[in-house]
Structures are given as C-alpha cells and as structure tokens.
Write a protein that binds this ligand. Structure first.
Ligand code: AMP
Length: 112
C-alpha cells in the first residue's frame, strides 16, 4: 500500500483538515508556504496522468476540495495556487494523485 493510501486508511498519522467518503485534505509534513495542504482521493490513482474518464467527477471534487481547503485555512481571499506535480520533470515524489494547495505568501512565476 502506498504512503498516501496509508494516510487515507489512517494507518499512518496526518494532520487532517477535512475528509469525506472519497477524499482527504491534510497538511503537508514539509510545508513550502504558510498554508500547504494536500488533497488526495482515497482511491489509488498514481498521478493526474493516470486519471481516466471515469475519474472525471472525482477530479472535480478534488478541485472543489482544494478551494475549500483554501477557505478553511484563510488564504482564499489573498490568493493561492493549486498544483498537481505529474511525473519526473514536475518533481512528483509520491505516486498517488494529490493537489497541493499553497497560500499565505506571494509566489513567483514561472515555478522552478
Ligand atoms: P510531490 O513532490 O508533488 O509528489 O509531493 C509530495 C508531497 O508529499 C511533498 O510536498 C511532501 O512533503 C509530502 N509528504 C510526504 N510524506 C508526507 C506525509 N507523511 N504527510 C504529509 N505530507 C507528506
């Protein structure tokens, strides 16, 4: 079972912001911004690139959960970034689909 499957199954601890039947939002263990929340599906999908048409509704729920995480952590009004690192060049390190919700500071563009 992968690391984020274990978090979804409560087999390893995480600082959970909220969850429902299909997804979990929890704080990143190594935050790179004052708000850094990860939103994951409970079902294993390795990356955004592995999402299939049957995942369309789930992907929408993940995006809405990202906006909810921004609202709950108080960064919605100031602005925030939602990121899905996908594959080697993007620096994906955990191969279970996750959205990073980053906020609480100004960010540059393009990303590194
Ligand atoms: P990525 O590099 O896009 O695959 O992002 C993986 C993220 O998972 C990184 O930001 C890590 O800091 C984070 N991470 C790894 N292990 C844990 C953990 N046990 N709890 C919370 N976040 C984690």
């Amino acid at each position: 079972m992968c690391l984020f499957c274990k978090i979804a199954a409560k087999q390893i601890p995480a600082k959970i912001l909220f969850e429902d039947d299909e997804l979990v939002a929890f704080h990143d263990v190594n935050p790179v911004a004052p708000t850094h929340v990860l939103v994951i599906p409970k079902a294993h999908v390795a990356s955004l690139g592995d999402a299939a048409p049957e995942h369309a509704a789930l992907l929408g729920k993940l995006m809405l959960a990202a906006t909810r995480a921004a609202e709950l952590t108080g960064v919605a009004q100031g602005g925030y970034r939602v990121v899905a690192n996908t594959g080697a060049n993007a620096g994906q390190s955990v191969f279970h689909l996750h959205l990073h919700v980053l906020g609480g500071r100004a960010m540059g563009w393009p990303p590194g």
